[in-house]
Design a protein around this ligand. Structure first.
Ligand code: NDP
Length: 361
């Protein structure tokens, strides 16, 4: 049977299943950081990302194990599936933006950046942004498994250890997000961005397809016989990055919830204050103003190296994308914080002069 049509609709079906699981499975109820635009009240969230992802992977395993679907079916249909996700992402972006009231400015800019801040569905049970991140994370995880399965089916006698390392590290990355889903409630896209093409298409089309660009490019190649030291280096770089990103995000999360608490029981929250507002300037937030972005770039570099093909361009597109994403984002956030904190932000800039890379940039 021609797999193009089922492939095209595969992401639609998977996202629908994720939505059903998200609605049906038990969830933690939490107060977030973003506020309702009219009432000013902090928004409440239902979060069950780890459970939804675990059940999704379980269903995928059951379907492949029972022979209902080849282990590498999502690899086989990756092109029509990407076309389906791209189309769905466009349609959903239009659905998120067009019915909402205009915010002024060009339609194109509004389409890209969005109009609504934090739309909710199903009587508030589904927050659109958190659902989109979850849906993208689940499909990314399934792609990792299916693409690796393809490699093992293609090279059963000598599979590449780099593929295994890449999938293990990337799986860590995905589950790190899911386990700390609540911490994500305190990030920029949740409290500062609106729901437009950037976020909708980004989560439904870009995140689960482009992020695996490295494996997409090399799953069909034989074992490169990369030296063991490269795998060790990739792992070290990945976890150095993870420590910076997770550490900084957790330190800020602890600080926002309990400003006087020492992070990890050790790093006292040294702050700059104007008497009313406070900015952290110790620990990760004393190293640079966005050391978490450096962490993300290092993790992506570790993933690119893990595959064992350092001279192929495609795996490097992933860390390059982070550089292109996070450098302007840091500038945007810096402008936003300068407007929000005024002279206090100037003090912070003077105390912590580095934007992303301590002592370099
Ligand atoms: P941050 O977590 O750095 O959040 C920036 C906000 O934190 C500011 O707007 C300000 O908000 C607050 N803040 C800044 N400095 C201080 C300080 N010194 N003390 C206290 N509060 C401060 O950035 P993002 O939200 O952009 O990123 C969050 C995480 O998500 C990062 O690790 C990032 O790398 C990651 N990320 C991952 C992506 C991926 O695809 N994997 C994509 C994009 C980001 P306020 O004062 O209003 O609270």
């Amino acid at each position: 049977m021609n797999a193009a049509l089922p492939g095209f609709f595969a992401p639609w079906a998977i996202y629908a299943a994720v939505l059903l699981l998200h609605l049906a499975l038990p969830a933690r109820q939490l107060t977030g950081y973003a506020r309702h635009e009219e009432t000013g009240e902090k928004l409440r969230y239902r979060l069950n990302g780890t459970l939804v992802a675990a059940v999704s992977v379980g269903l995928w395993l059951a379907a492949a194990y029972s022979g209902l679907m080849p282990w590498d079916w999502l690899w086989t249909v990756r092109w029509p599936s990407a076309a389906g996700a791209l189309t769905l992402g466009l349609l959903m972006s239009a659905a998120a933006v067009l019915p909402a009231s205009s915010r002024g400015g060009s339609l194109l800019a509004q389409f890209y950046l969005g109009r609504l801040a934090n739309p909710r569905f199903f009587g508030g049970r589904v927050d659109a942004k958190m659902f989109l991140y979850l849906a993208g994370a689940v499909l990314l995880q399934l792609h990792l498994l299916a693409f690796a399965a393809h490699h093992f089916l293609a090279f059963p006698d000598d599979p590449s250890p780099g593929v295994v390392l890449y999938v293990v590290l990337f799986t860590w990355f995905v589950w790190d997000y899911l386990v700390f889903e609540h911490v994500h409630l305190y990030t920029y896209d949740l409290f500062a961005e609106r729901l437009g093409f950037k976020l909708v298409w980004g989560c439904l089309s870009w995140y689960p397809y482009f992020y695996v660009v490295g494996l997409w490019a090399v799953a069909d190649l034989a074992n490169p016989q990369a030296p063991a030291w490269l795998a060790v280096l990739a792992t070290l770089i990945f976890f150095a990055g993870w420590t910076l990103a997770r550490g900084a995000n957790m330190q800020k999360y602890v600080f926002k919830r309990d400003p006087d608490r020492a992070f990890l029981g050790r790093i006292e929250p040294r702050v700059l204050t104007d008497g009313e507002r406070r900015l952290l300037c110790s620990g990760f937030w004393g190293a640079s103003r966005h050391v978490n972005y450096l962490g993300e770039i290092l993790m992506a570099t570790g993933l690119a190296l893990a595959l064992g093909w350092p001279l192929i361009l495609a795996p490097w597109l992933y860390p390059l994308y982070y550089v292109a994403l996070l450098l302007p984002r840091e500038r945007d956030d810096d402008r936003r914080c300068a407007a929000k904190y005024g002279a206090l932000w100037e003090q912070y800039r003077a105390a912590v002069p580095w934007r992303i890379v301590p002592r370099v940039y």
